[in-house]
Design a protein around this ligand. Structure first.
Ligand code: ATP
Ligand code: MG
Length: 299
C-alpha cells in the first residue's frame, strides 16, 4: 500500500477506502492546544481527526504525548492554563445539524456535553463523590438534563443504567467506598451513557484495573456499542488492547498524530517508525498471546 504524501498522519489506501463508507459524527480540524505555563507546553499541535458514527477509534501514544488534552479539547473541557490556540471541532448530529463545538457556550454547551458527547475521565473510578450514593449521582445527571422525567421514571432509568453495565441495581444505594474498582468504573460508564450520547470519549477507562476485570468491562463496552451504536474515542497507551477492540487507531507522538489507519493495517503494515517501535515494545504481539477469548472483536 502507498503512504499519503501530504502533511498529516500516515495512512494506507485501505484506510481511505474504509472511511469512504462511513459517516462522520465528530470532526477536528487543525486543533492546537497549549498550556500557558512558563515555558509554554504545546500539548496538541495541528491535529485533524474524524470520528465516524458507530466506530471505535483508538488513540494511542506514550504518557505525556497529549491524548487527554486532545480529548478535553474535543469536548470543550479545557481548563486554565490550557488554551485552544487554533482549530475547529464540529459535531455532526444524527438529526442532520452540524454544531460548531468551539463556539458553544452557556446553556448550549451544557446541553451538548453529556447529551451529545460524554466522557469517562482518566482515573474516573476515583472521581465518584464519596458522600453521595450511586443513585444520587446518577439522578443528578438526569435531573439536570432531563427535567421532564418523573421521580419514578428517574429511578427506573438509574436501575436500568446499572443493569446495562452489569452492576446489580441494589448497588444504587451504595457509596463509592463500598464498591470494587471495577464496579466504580462501571458506574462511571453508566453515568456517561445516561443520556444516550452519540459519542463517548473514554480516557484510559480500564488501565487501573486487573486484566480479568478489564476484559469484562471491555466486553461490556463492545456489547453496549453494538446495542446503542454510539461512537467511541478510546484512549490508552496499551496498543495491543486497541488492536483488538478498535476499528481504527490514531498514533500520537509529542502532540501530533503521526499515523492513522485501520487496526488491521496498523498491525500488518505500520508505516511510521514510531508506530513500529511502539508495536515492537509489546513482546506479547510477537507470540500467540491475545486478549481475545473468542467472543471479542476476533482480531
Ligand atoms: N495543567 C497543565 N499544565 C501544564 N502542562 C500540562 C498540564 N496538563 C498537562 N500538561 C502537559 O501537556 C502534555 C500532554 O499531557 P496529557 O495529559 O494530555 O498527556 P497524555 O497523553 O494524556 O498522558 P498520560 O498517558 O500520562 O495520561 C504533557 O507534556 C503534560 O506534562
Ligand atoms: Mg492522559
Amino acid at each position: 500500500m502507498t503512504a499519503t504524501t501530504t502533511a498529516g498522519p500516515l495512512s494506507s489506501a485501505a484506510h481511505a477506502e474504509h472511511v469512504a463508507r462511513l459517516t462522520p459524527v465528530l470532526t477536528a480540524h487543525d486543533v492546537s492546544i497549549e498550556y500557558e505555563v512558563d515555558p509554554p507546553v504545546r500539548a496538541v499541535q495541528g491535529v485533524s481527526l474524524t470520528l465516524h458514527r458507530g466506530e471505535i477509534l483508538g488513540l494511542a501514544g506514550e504518557s505525556g504525548c497529549g491524548k487527554s488534552t486532545l480529548a478535553y479539547g474535543l469536548n470543550r473541557l479545557l481548563k486554565d492554563p490550557a488554551v485552544l490556540r487554533s482549530g475547529e471541532v464540529t459535531f455532526h448530529d444524527a438529526d442532520g445539524t452540524d454544531t460548531d463545538v468551539v463556539a458553544l457556550d452557556g446553556d448550549a454547551l451544557r446541553a451538548f456535553r453529556w447529551d451529545k458527547v460524554s466522557m469517562v475521565f482518566q482515573g474516573a473510578m476515583n472521581s465518584l463523590n464519596p458522600v453521595l450514593s450511586v443513585r444520587a449521582q446518577l439522578e443528578d445527571v438526569l435531573t439536570t438534563h432531563r427535567p421532564g422525567l418523573s421521580r419514578t421514571e428517574r429511578g427506573e432509568r438509574c436501575a436500568e443504567l446499572l443493569e446495562m453495565v452489569g452492576v446489580d441495581p441494589v448497588r444504587l444505594d451504595s457509596f463509592a467506598h463500598e464498591l470494587s474498582g471495577g464496579m466504580r468504573q462501571r458506574v462511571m460508564i453508566a453515568m456517561a451513557m445516561a443520556l444516550e450520547p452519540q459519542v463517548m470519549i473514554m480516557d484510559e477507562p480500564t488501565t487501573a484495573l486487573d486484566v480479568v476485570v478489564q476484559r469484562d468491562i471491555l466486553r461490556e463496552i463492545m456489547r453496549l456499542r453494538e446495542r446503542f451504536d454510539f461512537a467511541v474515542v478510546f484512549i490508552t497507551h496499551d496498543l495491543p488492547l486497541l488492536l483488538e477492540i478498535a476499528d481504527r487507531i490514531a498514533v500520537m507522538r509529542a502532540g501530533e498524530i503521526v499515523e492513522l489507519d485501520t487496526a488491521e493495517q496498523l498491525y500488518a503494515a505500520a508505516q511510521h517508525e514510531y508506530t513500529q517501535t511502539l508495536l515492537s515494545s509489546f513482546p506479547s504481539l510477537l507470540g500467540d498471546f491475545s486478549y481475545d477469548d473468542g467472543e471479542g472483536a476476533g482480531r
